[in-house]
Design a protein. Structure first.
Length: 457
């Protein structure tokens, strides 16, 4: 338990003080007002809901849900300042029931003197049910305003009783522009490096913005490390691209996630897997990770590949790709590199079929040619008597009522009867599905022939 407001005394908070300068850059540049706060315009922009609550001093208990480094703690501290409340920082990692009771006792004392208390609980998802329940009576009677922060979905990680008493606000990863604004401000603000006259290549700032993946704390920490390792001279500090690369141990850090090289590398990975070349696939995957690519982006592309290029030739490819994505989400870099490697090697060695990709393309082309083809009456829903009188659902055959668990009834629009979109290959397990489909089509054709060619009798 730690009361974090104010962080320093008035003298210590001065940019000239030794105590202030000894703090990390991210702490020195921590916003003190909403105007200094980067990102989350959907919540604190002019006229937005959280901004209105703060301006009207009507803040109630809430949960901030979002990735690391997007300002959950900072926003809670700004709320405490602007609403003139006592702010208590409470860690779910190091605190238990005893500490909760101590906090509640302090909050009750504050309430007696007419002082509101905001209790900020970082990583609230780490609290067990009993610990979360301990807050309930104090939230209910208004002894505290609880602000919880979590990187996990609160629907699953926060008790329903507590969650129902809190408004959930979803915080988003900072945009590239938000991060660049923070970095430039840190280079010019006296709280940052404004007095150090730092010469920093714009390409380097863009590289850090891309590398930190929307995490402001990571961006500022990276900037600080790079500046402190810059070349000091009479006119200030000069940071070169070489210094930047050396500090981050990334020779190709100046990789542009929105530029040509980004697409060249993901193309190389995709085509290596398609050509059943696991060595090349692992190489291109690691090239992307080494230059700071988001592992979740790579995992998403592998997941797409599992359906686009493998499909039913190996249905388990989808499971492997989903598992790899989840592993990247849970573990992050650098540990998730082996999970991605397992996935790209599996995709490389799997039997290949692009039948799913071709099916979607052919269906889309048919829709473009006839976008309003009516749904056949016999497979329309008929929830009202009027619809039934118009023959909605008339002639529908419920497959489970038949021994074969299928019927000769057609389901495509009249103008598309007989069209085939899915063309299974003979690769891997898809050969079994092709054989099954051929049996189904032959049976339906024979059944229709018995009934005189009726399409949906």
């Amino acid at each position: 338990m730690e009361n974090t407001l104010p962080l320093l005394s008035t003298e210590e908070a001065s940019p000239d003080s030794r105590a202030f300068r000894s703090q990390p850059l991210a702490a020195r540049m921590r916003p003190e007002t909403l105007e200094e706060f980067a990102g989350q315009r959907h919540l604190i922009g002019p006229g937005k809901i959280l901004r209105r609550l703060i301006d009207a001093d009507m803040v109630s208990s809430m949960i901030f849900w979002g990735p690391p480094g997007v300002g959950k703690t900072t926003l809670a501290q700004i709320i405490a300042r602007q609403t003139r409340a006592t702010f208590i920082n409470f860690s779910a990692v190091t605190s238990g029931i005893k500490e909760i009771r101590q906090v509640m006792t302090q909050a009750e004392e504050n309430r007696v003197y007419g002082v509101r208390t905001i209790v900020f609980v970082d990583e609230i998802h780490r609290f067990n049910k009993a610990q979360q329940d301990a807050f309930l009576p104090f939230v209910e009677k208004g002894s505290i305003v609880l602000i919880g922060a979590t990187t996990e979905n609160p629907s699953f990680e926060v008790n329903g009783a507590l969650l129902s008493r809190c408004k959930v606000f979803v915080l988003q990863a900072l945009s590239r522009e938000d991060i660049l604004w923070l970095l430039r401000r840190a280079l010019t603000d006296d709280r940052g490096f404004g007095r150090d006259h730092v010469t920093f290549p714009e390409k380097g700032l863009e590289a850090i913005a891309d590398f930190c993946d929307g995490d402001a704390r990571s961006a500022l920490s990276t900037l600080e490390m790079v500046v402190l390792n810059g070349e000091a001279g009479e006119n200030g500090i000069t940071v070169t691209e070489e210094t930047l690369a050396q500090c981050l141990n990334r020779k190709s850090l100046l990789y542009d996630k929105d530029g040509e090289e980004h697409y060249n590398l993901i193309s190389a990975l995709h085509k290596s897997m398609r050509n059943s070349d696991p060595d090349a696939a692992v190489y291109w995957m690691m090239r992307m990770l080494e230059v700071g690519e988001d592992p979740l982006y790579i995992a998403r592309r592998v997941l797409r590949f599992a359906a686009e290029d493998v499909g039913l030739a190996d249905p388990r490819a989808m499971e492997v790709a989903v598992a790899a994505y989840q592993a990247c989400h849970f573990i992050g870099v650098p540990e998730c590199n082996v999970h991605l490697a397992e996935a790209v090697v599996y995709m490389s060695l799997a039997s290949k079929s692009n039948a799913m990709e071709m099916a979607t393309q052919e269906a889309a082309e048919a829709i473009r040619k006839e976008p309003d083809a009516p749904v056949p009456l016999h497979i329309r829903n008929a929830p009202t008597q009027l619809m039934k009188s118009l023959d909605y659902g008339k002639g529908y055959q419920y497959a489970h009522d038949y021994a074969e668990k299928m019927t000769p009834m057609t389901c495509l629009p009249e103008g598309l009867m007989g069209r085939r979109f899915y063309h299974p290959t003979d690769q891997g397990q898809e050969s079994r599905y092709r054989e099954r489909l051929e049996q189904i089509l032959a049976w339906k054709e024979a059944e229709r022939a018995k009934k005189g060619g009726g399409s949906h009798s």
